[in-house]
Design a protein around this ligand. Structure first.
Ligand code: SF4
Length: 94
């Protein structure tokens, strides 16, 4: 069985990328994290040992969907990223 890659869905499951983009596009715009916050969250996920083929092994979410929502937080305890407050999110490096 191939080892899961520490990558986002565009590398792990190219066919899922459009589905994930559709899910994100269906969310109310007011619920979406700002672009820099989203990017910072995904950069943290990309460095995290819990990332496997675009999903978080702790919660099972596609991290691109979880990170896209302002109110969400990383499920790790302590969390590696938190809900967006203002224009930022807290960050603890994995
Ligand atoms: S534990 Fe947190 S940082 Fe790691 S992949 Fe899951 S959501 Fe991302």
């Amino acid at each position: 069985m191939p080892k899961p890659c520490r990558c986002l869905t565009d590398q792990a499951m190219p066919g899922m990328k459009a589905v994930i983009e559709d899910v994100i596009a269906s969310l109310p715009p007011a619920q979406l994290a700002d672009g820099p916050v989203y990017r910072a969250r995904l950069d943290i996920c990309l460095a995290c040992p819990e990332l496997a083929d675009g999903t978080c092994r702790l919660c099972g979410c596609f991290v691109e969907v979880r990170a896209a929502q302002k109110k969400n937080q990383c499920p790790h305890v302590p969390g590696y990223w938190g809900p967006q407050k203002g224009d930022s999110t807290y960050v603890n490096t994995p």
